[in-house]
Design a protein around this ligand. Structure first.
Ligand SMILES: [Fe+2]
Length: 255
């Protein structure tokens, strides 16, 4: 299975007078065009889709995502407004129509996709309360033999000096790690939020963080090489090799 990951587009309203408004829209537009050329089976969006959670920002998001050919699965980031997001994507039947959390499992592929909601309205840091802990544990216990890919906005681990104590309650990040450790069918966990590329082992599985699609707020990228071009990730998931990830420069000629 081939999965494309995008994250942290931080889109602004078309009416915004900030120069980043057109820049960020262009970054997503270029990624969508390039993703279509790669023909992934699914696209995962790990949150911070927009900057202020406003309906006009989500309208622009829908417009920019419209050309995407593969199914899109998204989880909220701390910049998203859950109710506005739910309204904007009300035709996405996998998103829970009610309840506090935008989390779900997708059963349509050989690899199971489980989206986790690490947000709480008004809170910048990650949360993974007992309700969510019980939900994830139950989800994973239900199909222990099925390879499973998790995705979430907030990474539940520190990244050097750049991202420390990303969860409001450290014990909640630890609880997430312990749940994942107990379920060896988890092939990996995809994250956003930090805007910085990371590959590491965590929870007895592989974790990935991707740079923000919005080039004006990304970090950890050699800009002399990237030259302002947006970057997203391609993940190959298989029984034989597990999770193999590579960055893709949206406008690169070679595929
Ligand atoms: Fe972000």
């Amino acid at each position: 299975m081939l999965v494309a990951q995008i994250s942290d587009t931080h889109l602004l309203s078309p009416e915004s007078d900030q120069p980043a408004a057109s820049l960020r829209a262009d970054c997503l537009r270029r990624c969508v065009a390039d993703i279509n050329r790669q023909q992934p089976d699914a696209v995962i969006f790990t949150g911070d889709t927009v900057q202020h959670g406003q309906p006009e920002e989500y309208a622009r998001l829908r417009e920019l995502l419209a050309p995407l050919e593969a199914p899109l699965y998204l989880v909220p980031g701390n910049r998203d407004a859950k109710n506005e997001m739910r309204t904007a994507f009300s035709d996405y039947s996998y998103l829970p129509a009610s309840g506090e959390f935008l989390h779900y499992a997708i059963e349509d592929y050989d690899t199971r996709l489980v989206g986790i909601d690490s947000t709480l309205t008004g809170e910048r840091k990650g949360r993974f309360c007992e309700i969510r802990q019980a939900w994830l544990d139950k989800m994973l216990r239900a199909q222990p033999d099925r390879q499973t890919l998790l995705f979430i906005h907030h990474p539940p681990f520190d990244v050097g000096d750049h991202y420390v104590g990303g969860y409001r309650k450290p014990e909640e990040a630890e609880a997430l790690e312990h749940i994942v450790e107990r379920h060896p069918q988890v092939v990996g966990m995809l994250c956003g939020h930090v805007h910085w590329p990371v590959e590491r082992e965590w929870g007895a599985t592989q974790a990935r963080i991707m740079p923000s699609v919005a080039v004006d707020v990304r970090k950890g990228i050699d800009e002399t090489k990237a030259r302002g071009r947006p970057i997203y990730l391609l993940h190959r998931v298989s029984r034989a090799s597990g999770l193999v990830s590579r960055p893709r420069v949206a406008d690169a000629e070679a595929s």
